[in-house]
Structures are given as C-alpha cells and as structure tokens.
Design a protein around this ligand. Structure first.
Ligand code: DX5
Ligand code: ZN
Length: 224
C-alpha cells in the first residue's frame, strides 16, 4: 500500500483558532486531519472530546477526520466518536476490555477502525483483529504529548508489521504517529507506513505548505 497521506495532528495547532488552523493545513495540502483525544487517565494529558469533533464535522463537512483515542475504556466511547463525525477511530487495545467488539462497534456505526500500538506494545494484538481493521497506527513516541523524538525501534516494528500483514493477507493502512519529520519520513515510508501524522513538524513551522511538501517529498523520493 503506497497511497501516501499526510495527516497533521491538530494537537500542535492554536486551539483558540482551531477552524482557521484546520483550514490552513487543508489548503496547504493535508489529506486527513488527525484529532488526538486524551483523557488525563490513559495518558497524562487532557485535550479535546466529542463536542470538538462535532464542531469540526460541521465546519468541515467533507474533511476526513482521523480520531485517535488515547483514553481509558475506549469501548464505551469509540462508536460515539463516529456518531459525532469521525471517519476513522483508532484506540489502544491495552486500554480496552473487548477490542474485537469495539472494532465491530466502530464499523457498525459507519466508521473505519484503527488499532493503535505503543512503542512497548506487541504486534500480537493484530493477529486476530487484522481482518476487521482498516488501519494500524504505530506510535513513534509514547502517547500523550506532541514534539517528542522519534523512537528508532519503530522502524523495526514497521517492517515486522509489514511481514505480519502479508502473512495474514490483510490490507490495511499503516499510520505512524509521533516524531515524524522531513528527516525521517523517508525511512518511515520505506519501512511500510503510508499515513504520516505530523504535529509539531507542521504546526511548528510558519509555512504549512512548505512543511507538508517537505514531508511528502522526503517520503515519495524513496524507493519502496
Ligand atoms: C501523541 C499524539 C500525536 C502527536 C504527534 O500522543 O498521538 O498525534 O500530536 O505530535 P508530533 O508530530 O509533534 O510528534
Ligand atoms: Zn495521535
């Protein structure tokens, strides 16, 4: 799968001007918007929730909203994010009692389902879920904050994931989230990721178009 998508994480945007920030990255060439939901329990940070997803959906009716739940007990909330307007909802399996059921509920609500794998989390979670997933999110940092450094072992994990997906015959998008920059987008893409999330590397720059282009160019000039 080499359909490259760039998904700016709005976590690093100016929340006081969220609609303008979203429109600016979309105008600058963003493919998806990555929406980080944190509950102060599963991760030591609190961000946004259902009302903001609802507002984004109504302000941006055709934009692909990629919602990343970093919350305890996602089972009770995941489908509600689809109802609020998310196109895709990812959650962390360790936080869930019944990941398979939660995947089903996301899809029954009309959304795409993603499984988010932390740096210390095994890929084994995917074995019995891959056929029902639309996306696997591989964290390049520990979840909770933007602006952290990419953990190098993520690349080995991406290559292992690629092999596993081939073995299972599963066709899913592979997303990398955390620490993605123009300097590492080439090796991340070459290792098998096709959806690149970037927060600080885009919103931390004054020219969002140049920032997105730099990541896209780095990724697409590599031989896969
Ligand atoms: C981290 C979030 C990421 C974060 C990425 O917990 O899931 O989406 O915003 O930020 P950068 O690209 O700055 O590492
Ligand atoms: Zn995220």
């Amino acid at each position: 799968m080499n359909d490259l998508k760039i998904a700016p994480s709005i976590l690093s945007s100016d929340f006081a001007h969220l609609a303008e920030e979203c429109q600016a990255v979309l105008d600058a060439g963003a493919d998806w918007l990555h929406v980080d939901v944190m509950d102060g329990n599963y991760v030591p940070n609190i961000t946004i929730g259902l009302p903001v997803v609802r507002s984004l959906r109504s302000a941006l009716p055709t934009t692909f909203l990629d919602v990343h739940l970093m919350i305890a007990n996602p089972d009770v909330m995941a489908a509600r994010f689809v109802e609020a307007g998310a196109d895709l909802v990812s959650f962390h399996p360790e936080a869930s009692d019944h990941p398979h059921r939660t995947v089903q509920e996301i899809r029954e609500a009309g959304g795409r389902a993603g499984l988010a794998i932390n740096p210390g989390t095994s890929l084994d979670w995917i074995d019995y879920l891959a056929q029902d997933l639309d996306l696997v999110l591989i964290m390049g940092v520990n979840p909770g904050f933007g602006g952290q450094s990419f953990i190098p072992s993520t690349l080995r994990k991406l290559r292992q994931l690629h092999q596993k997906l081939q073995l299972l015959g599963a066709r899913v998008d592979v997303q990398v989230d955390g620490g993605v920059k123009p300097v590492n987008a080439d090796e991340i893409y070459a290792a098998g990721a096709n959806v690149l999330v970037a927060g600080s590397a885009i919103f931390g720059q004054s020219d969002y178009g140049a920032a997105i282009d730099a990541i896209r160019t780095a990724a697409t000039t590599v031989e896969v």
